[in-house]
Design a protein around this ligand. Structure first.
Ligand code: NDP
Length: 295
């Protein structure tokens, strides 16, 4: 029987597990607070931001909601980040991507106080992750790590194949899988669009993490059997009735070969959201010195 790893259920457990810590922090005078900054008119980004606010509200995390005119100069965003960095009531800062072309994304990421960088994309936090001393693990790969743990998947000694090498998913995912710690110790191969013979790499895999952004590119006949398949991809495709969201894995055929598999939607997506809350609580705990048990 193939296990369908239920991301909604695991994410709910994480959220439930955060509540006691949030209450404890609030009782000791520190209400965790996430600030979001949106500088585009993209409806999908607006939806993502409003979902993040709703998630925070549900567990008792305070929020700040800042919207900037996409036509505003880059300095407006830098000033906003500086103000949030200096605000003692704000513990986490999330600048929603994409940014307008005239704003240098890397400069924005460098500007965020690393102690408030709950996305984990500041170079200092990237460096700490690579060095094996993470402060904030990026939300999506951290969520994948939690899903693997929840499904009792042993990463130690496993052959893990990560398909995708982006800074937000593929690279940090690989870095987590090779850590000399729980949820790591995997022998990890990172594949990308220039990989020669991807299928041979997939056939050798005990764990596949698909993060390529190509709908259904990994099919069951590419897997050797008993593979754990984590599908990070979220791709909107046209259908006869309109459109639907699909992953990078062809779920039906991969399910025949997998020992465990995540669906899309309802797999990694809810975990990404939950781990943002997790990082915000960690930021508030670190800043206040109030110890919190994180789930
Ligand atoms: P990017 O486009 O930044 O990166 C995609 C990566 O996949 C690149 O490294 C690219 O290689 C590689 N790739 C593309 N095509 C192929 C191919 N045919 N074979 C092998 N490798 C390939 O995407 P992201 O990392 O931002 O996102 C990946 C997917 O995950 C998307 O569907 C996105 O929507 C989804 N996503 C889901 C999240 C969630 O919460 N579930 C969160 C974030 C993203 P190269 O570097 O050579 O170009």
């Amino acid at each position: 029987m193939t296990e369908i790893i239920d991301g909604n259920e695991v994410a709910q457990e994480i959220r439930d597990g955060l509540v006691a810590g949030i209450d404890g922090l609030t009782d000791s005078g520190t209400t965790p607070c996430l600030a979001t900054v949106l500088m585009n008119n993209d409806p999908a980004s607006q939806t993502y931001v409003s979902m993040k606010h709703k998630d925070c509200e549900e567990v008792g995390i305070a929020t700040r909601d800042i919207e900037l005119d996409p036509e505003a100069p880059a300095s407006a965003l830098f000033d906003t980040v500086d103000e949030l960095n200096a605000d003692p009531e704000v513990h986490g800062i999330l600048v929603q991507m994409p940014l307008p072309d005239h704003v240098d994304e890397r400069e924005v990421l460098r500007r965020i106080d690393p102690a408030k960088d709950v996305d984990g994309f500041h170079p200092e936090n990237v460096g700490r992750l690579v060095a094996g001393n993470p402060r904030f693990k990026p939300c999506t790969p951290h969520g994948v790590q939690k899903l693997l743990a929840a499904a009792d998947v042993e990463t130690e000694g496993a052959n893990a194949v990560v398909v995708g090498r982006s800074n937000i998913v593929g690279k940090p995912m690989a870095n987590l899988l090779i850590q000399k710690s729980d949820g790591g110790n995997a022998t990890t191969t990172v594949c990308h669009s220039r990989t020669d013979d991807l299928e041979a790499k997939l056939r050798d895999a005990d764990i596949v993490v698909a993060a390529a952004g190509v709908p259904g590119m990994i099919t069951g006949n590419m897997l050797s059997g008993d593979t754990v398949v984590i599908d990070v991809g979220i791709n909107r495709v046209e259908t006869d009735d309109g459109s639907e969201l699909v992953g990078d894995v062809d779920f039906e055929s991969a399910k025949q070969k997998a020992s465990a598999i995540t669906p899309v939607p309802g797999g990694v997506g809810p975990m990404t959201r939950a781990m943002l809350l997790w990082n915000t609580v960690k930021a508030a705990s670190d800043e206040s010195g109030v110890d919190v048990e994180l789930p």
